[in-house]
Design a protein around this ligand. Sequence first.
Ligand SMILES: NC(=O)c1ccc[n+]([C@@H]2O[C@H](COP(=O)([O-])OP(=O)(O)OC[C@H]3O[C@@H](n4cnc5c(N)ncnc54)[C@H](OP(=O)(O)O)[C@@H]3O)[C@@H](O)[C@H]2O)c1
Length: 358
Amino acid sequence: MKRVALLGATGSIGRQAIEVVERNPELELCALASGSADLAVLAAEHGVSHTQTSGDLTQLLEVSDPDVVLNAVVGFAGVGATLWALERGVTLALANKESLVAAGALALAARERGGGLLLPVDSEHSALFQCLEGRDASSVHSLVLTASGGPFRGRTRSELAEVGVDDALAHPTWSMGPKITVDSATLANKGLELIEAHFLFGVPYERIEVVVHPSSIVHSLVRFRDGAALAHLGYPDMTVPISFALTYPDRAATDVPQLDLAGGLTLEFSAPDLETFPLLALARRAGELGGTYPCVFNAANEVAVAAFLDGRLPFLGIAELVEEALGAADGSTAHDLDELVEADAAARGLAERGVPVG
Ligand SMILES: NC(=O)c1ccc[n+]([C@@H]2O[C@H](COP(=O)([O-])OP(=O)(O)OC[C@H]3O[C@@H](n4cnc5c(N)ncnc54)[C@H](OP(=O)(O)O)[C@@H]3O)[C@@H](O)[C@H]2O)c1
């Protein structure tokens, strides 16, 4: 039996994870966490006695003694749980990319000490993990992250001036929570994933490419030094990476249909439009600068997305706010979680001041 602590149980990933657990008799839920949603019914349905709503999630992890932590919380709120699991060598199935982006170096040091497994749940990183598994790092030429391009692919910057929340939430291929859906519309999500890939796989930024691939069938690729490229293909369905991470290394069966190649598949690729979607280039710059710049990028983006979703900031204002926060931050390295929390709070303060009042 694998005991799974599911953090973010009421969200898009959380709900799909519950279906994976229900399907696999060797998995059981031992803890559930949410931000504000009531967990009583869910806990009763699954016989879970440990639940927590918001606050310090490490307390829940301490008492529930999980074998696997599935961190599917949205945003920086997931950072404590990520570090808790890595430090103790408890397997971490990571959907909460923001924690690895913000706490990258601290997370890697904790993983080194804890010696446990870090299994990405982001579909692109799950794909890269599978293409890289068992290969020598020296044989890897580069990583290629695919991006659907979001609902505004092909638009110009001026065409985005008037887009609203409903337009941004209409993602063409993935059904996800509101924050990541807006991040996909701005390409900030791919920026976060670029930084996430750097920390997960230890590959320098100049050897991680992003390409737009509208049908989201190829989840990512690894290029090797001999000229071969290995890709991971499948219909866009988060069940696959969630199930892969929770049942690793067994690769349990799912209900996801097999790829129908003879039925016709379109595999188109193109370069991202960095002028219309500047957050991807800003993320790359933040990653290359290092220190707490990725944390600042993430914090300012969280503030900006929340303001956009509340109708307090126009769509194009999201990138402007993040750029201003990066320009104003000193980016100095955080040596522990307290310093990281301080850097995050400072960046949030900077970004909040940039949100128009009223
Ligand atoms: N959805 C996808 O397909 C997908 C794909 C790849 C990666 N991810 C990543 O997975 C994470 C979750 O995404 P999502 O789409 O599932 O988001 P979501 O639908 O908005 O769900 C977020 C979950 O986090 C909980 N939460 C929020 N703040 C919390 C806090 N302070 N403490 C504890 N729980 C908290 C929410 O609880 P309430 O319901 O109470 O608000 C909810 O259960 C994000 O980091 C995202 O980038 C998602």
